[in-house]
Design a binder for this molecule. Structure first.
Ligand code: SF4
Ligand code: SF4
Length: 553
């Protein structure tokens, strides 16, 4: 056990128990207990075999994590009660007992599908970072199993669960077909509903879930954020050291905010060019619509050019992906119902999504609304119409002429496209269909970049490490541009590259297709992509007089 864990356990022992003043009704504050699973599970022959496997894939040994060093500290601070010393907050409560209540606990049959083969370990980002069995899919499934068998959930167990990115790399890697996605979704909902987190974590979560799923609130934020970016106050704050004194989550939020420009309003209906092949509805998305308006505009243009009539329902809101990912079940269900109603009214054949996290969430609506009277059939029908933009374009086949874009492109698989939706080939096929594009593959393509919904805000340190790993992989391709399918990956990798002093143009697949169909010169595309996702007017950054030249592979 690390000293950080020891430190936490000591602090937790001194803490008041569940039901003490300050505990929220209906929630149970959690502390570490003798029943915590990690220590026992991390010993013995299995432990050393796992460690060898971990080191083979570049994991650091627990000792290398630095006892109480930045990663260990961030890992501890990320979860319930674990940050008692680090965050300067009192430890609280008793282990969560029973571990799960009767409302959709993790399914014991799905837990039983895991045969402990370990094939998933090398694809799990947290296992790759720390080489800890309990931070692997297999370890987390063991935590769920022991919880189902009657063991309480202590703070360490909750921390291992909280540190899961929900990237679903383990789902695609598992030869036994273990549905880890269903297991972690059920577990996250139990934790979110039943535990009380330290106040600073609770405030951060309240800020995140009270802001990002609400496009109107995000639009209100755009003005002050643009003024902040234009004023250079951020640079002054950074130089003065004041920025570094903010909580880590707020620092991450400040760093990740994309460069903003004016937003054009999308037409409610755009006619197909030539013969109409399909009538589609577009989910504009919360973060995508507010911070990445160019992606939505490009999506409409490409769909129309490829023979689709595009409907953009005015009364659509958040699809519920962030809430579902964060275990906020009731909120996710309410968002899903509103989106289903909006797209049913639009009367479209297909619902197109250009953010991987939203698409994967909407394809699960049937499962999410299974208990809601009158909704399962509607939810399943809507889910069956959902297509990622690249999935639909590959299905339709090209109709519009592609003009050459001679450049090297590194394609980064978004986890919620590749792992959660199984969409890997379609974007590559579309990019290869543009004359002049040379497609480059990343090493460790299956490992998450650390964005993972709100993970990089709630767990900034491990997210930073994963971001740097991904940024190095992108740079290693020698490409001139990175292409991805999720706003979260875009912000994470672009921000990391910038922090490393290595700015690179980043674009969505559909923006590359749009540039090719419109016949934009490659330099113009690279300049706009370097400038940021929401900037209509290309801007050359200070210190540069042109976009980066092609690097030598
Ligand atoms: S979802 Fe990702 S982070 Fe979580 S256990 Fe699976 S591979 Fe690891
Ligand atoms: S989740 Fe799948 S791959 Fe991982 S240990 Fe269990 S059976 Fe093996």
């Amino acid at each position: 056990m690390s000293s950080a864990q020891d430190q936490h356990r000591g602090a937790a022992r001194d803490a008041p128990t569940a039901g003490a003043p300050g505990a929220s009704p209906g929630t149970v504050p959690v502390e570490a207990s003798a029943h915590d699973l990690a220590p026992g599970a991390e010993t013995g022959a299995l432990r050393s075999t796992d460690q060898a496997a971990a080191e083979a894939i570049g994991s650091r040994r627990p000792l290398d994590l630095g006892q109480g060093g930045p990663v260990a500290a961030s890992a501890a601070a990320a979860t319930v009660g674990a940050g008692t010393t680090i965050l300067g907050l009192p430890g609280i409560g008793a282990p969560l007992s029973p571990a799960f209540d009767a409302h959709h606990p993790p399914d014991a049959a799905l837990v039983g599908d895991c045969v402990h083969c370990g094939f998933c370990l090398p694809t799990c980002p947290t296992y790759v970072l720390w080489g800890e069995e309990m931070d692997s899919p297999r370890g987390r499934i063991d935590i769920m199993k022991q919880g189902l068998e009657g063991d309480p959930l202590g703070a360490d167990a909750v921390r291992h669960l909280d540190q899961c990115l929900g990237c679903m790399a383990c789902v695609t890697a598992c030869p036994s077909g273990v549905q880890y996605d269903k297991l972690i979704e059920a577990t996250n909902a139990q934790l979110e509903r039943r535990i009380e987190r330290p106040r600073s974590q609770q405030l951060m979560r309240t800020a995140i879930y009270g802001l990002f799923p609400y496009p109107r609130r995000l639009r209100v934020l755009r003005g002050p954020l643009r003024a902040y970016q234009a004023s250079g106050v951020g640079r002054l704050l950074a130089r003065s050291g004041l920025l570094a004194r903010l909580p880590e989550g707020l620092q991450a939020m400040e760093a990740l905010a994309p460069q903003l420009g004016p937003v054009g309003r999308l037409a409610e209906r755009t006619a197909a060019t030539g013969t109409r092949r399909r009538t589609v509805g577009l989910l504009t998305g919360c973060v995508q619509g507010t911070f990445f308006p160019d992606v939505n505009a490009a999506t409409v243009r490409v769909l129309a050019a490829e023979g689709c009539e595009v409907v953009v329902p005015r009364r659509q809101g958040c699809c519920g992906a962030l809430s579902a990912h964060g275990g906020r079940e009731a909120e996710a269900i309410a968002f899903a119902k509103a989106v289903i109603t909006a797209f049913e009214a639009a009367g479209v054949e297909t619902v197109v999504v250009n953010a991987a996290g939203c698409g994967s969430n909407m394809k699960e609506y049937g499962h999410q609304l299974r208990d809601e009277p009158g909704w399962p059939e509607r939810a399943t029908a809507l889910a069956a119409k959902v297509r990622d933009i690249t999935e639909l374009l590959a299905e339709l086949g090209p109709a519009a002429e592609r003009h050459p874009l001679p450049m090297k492109v590194a394609y980064q698989d978004a986890c919620h496209l590749a792992h959660a939706q199984g969409i890997r080939e379609q974007p590559r096929q579309l990019l290869r269909g543009v004359p002049g594009i040379e497609l480059k593959e990343l090493v460790e393509a299956d490992i998450c970049c650390g964005s993972a919904g709100t993970y990089n805000l709630l767990n900034p340190e491990p997210a930073r490490e994963l971001g740097e790993r991904k940024a190095r992989a992108v740079l290693g391709t020698g490409a001139q541009m990175m292409v991805t399918a999720n706003p979260g990956c875009w912000m994470q990798v672009a921000t990391t590259l910038e922090r490393m002093g290595e700015r690179m143009p980043v674009a969505h697949t559909v923006q590359v297709l749009d540039a090719s169909i419109r016949g934009l010169p490659v330099d113009q595309l690279l300049t706009m992509a370097l400038d940021g996702p929401g900037t209509a007017v290309p801007r050359i950054p200070a210190g540069r007089d042109s976009v980066p030249a092609p690097s030598t592979p």
